[in-house]
Design a protein around this ligand. Structure first.
Ligand code: CP3
Length: 355
């Protein structure tokens, strides 16, 4: 087995001492990089890129060639699961993801097949193995999935939505159908993340992008409950090392205390909350990831550095912070700005880890 040369990221998730605060960016491989756009056009389209393990590996490594990041993230998408369930995922230019066969009725939900990750999503596991091999211990590899609620929003709406009309109608008018769907998804997500761990993912993140559109009570019942179930079913140790987990609910700032009890090692924060206050509310039993507004990367290096400094100061001393953006990097960011961001985190964080 290859020794990890940089394990800051894993150590911070486990709240073990580190020399500097580790940093990675959500969506670090993506359209803001010209080399990504070149590989994607070589692949044909986005799904073809995800389904080709060599090219998925190539784009996973692209941001690591440019920046001294402390983690790599599998290049794939959260919508691979509904695609494998037969919904027919496709991407319309400039319109985001769409499904040919969205779930419209209770019968559609009941008929949803159980998937076998090893055969139905073998291309994802092949990508994980290829990337782990290519990384050769440079930094840890993150696996990921969408939360059941977030996946369900796309499956029921048939794509992205502004008003969550169909899914909320299902939630309030047919809660038993909603629960059946979420239960099926929670099982698939648990199997999916465990298969990624066995294939070589060294940490996993659950993206609950749309948990924040729910009411206080509905968040517990329809999103958090299923993430708790998933976390409870995750493989906790592989090849002699703990496999930490991160739960990220965008707009979940009001519910941090509850999210911190999910059993995950780390809570992901968007930029709407002060990370120091989050730390005070949650206590020190879980790590925090975040939380710079991705739009700060539109500013000049001095302004970026200032923002990094204030987030580091807000978190304060000690381990348990993984620096990240509060959501994915925007496609219009100039790649050079990311250098300023990553360098600032490493430079300015040293003093918070002095022993
Ligand atoms: O972080 C990484 O670098 C890993 C790759 C990754 C992608 N999608 C690649 C991608 C990850 C972790 C995701 C997760 C994902 N996908 C989420 C949760 C995180 C979030 O951003 O909220 C969601 C909701 C999706 C669904 C999805 N996939 C959408 C809404 C889109 C369209 C985005 C847009 O701006 O058009 C995608 C496509 C997608 N997934 C792209 C990338 C790089 C862009 C596709 C392209 O090349 O045109």
């Amino acid at each position: 087995m290859v020794e990890l040369k940089n394990d800051r990221f894993l150590r911070a998730l486990l709240k073990e001492p580190v020399d500097r605060t580790p940093v990675w960016l959500m969506r670090q491989a993506g359209r803001y990089l010209p080399e990504y756009r070149a590989t994607r056009s070589q692949a044909g389209d986005f799904m073809a890129l995800c389904q080709n393990p060599e090219l998925a590996c190539e784009v996973t490594l692209q941001p690591l060639e440019r920046y001294p990041l402390d983690a790599a993230i599998l290049f794939s998408d959260i919508l691979t699961i509904p695609d494998a369930m037969g919904l027919g995922l496709y991407f319309e230019q400039g319109e985001g993801p769409k499904f040919r066969k969205p779930l419209q009725t209770a019968a559609d939900v009941e008929a949803l097949p159980d998937i076998k990750i090893e055969s139905d999503l073998s291309y994802v596991l092949d990508a994980v193995k290829t990337i782990r091999n290519a990384l050769n211990g440079r930094v840890p590899l993150i696996g990921f999935s969408g939360s059941p609620w977030t996946l369900a929003t796309y499956m029921v709406e048939g794509g992205s939505t502004k008003d969550f009309r169909h899914i909320k109608a299902m939630l309030y008018a047919q809660p038993e159908v909603m629960h059946l769907l979420l239960d099926k998804l929670a099982k698939a997500v648990t199997d999916y993340l465990n298969a990624q761990i066995l294939a070589g993912a060294q940490a996993v993140q659950i993206f609950d992008t749309w948990g924040g559109v729910l009411s206080d009570a509905a968040y517990d019942e329809f999103s958090l409950r299923y993430m708790n179930k998933i976390v409870a079913g995750l493989i906790k140790e592989h090849n002699g090392r703990q496999v930490p987990s991160i739960v990220f609910t965008k707009n979940g700032g009001l519910w941090l205390e509850r999210i911190a009890k999910s059993g995950a090692n780390c809570v992901g924060l968007d930029w709407t909350i002060n990370i120091g206050q989050a730390r005070q509310r949650i206590g020190d039993h879980v790590a925090l990831q975040g939380n710079m507004d991705p739009s700060v990367l539109y500013a000049n290096p001095e302004r970026i550095k200032q923002e990094v400094a204030s987030i580091l100061a807000d978190f304060g001393s000690g381990s348990g912070h993984v620096f990240n953006l509060g959501h994915g990097i925007h496609q219009y960011v100039e790649p050079d700005r990311v250098n300023a961001f990553v360098d600032a985190v490493h430079e300015l964080s040293e003093k918070y880890h002095a022993i």
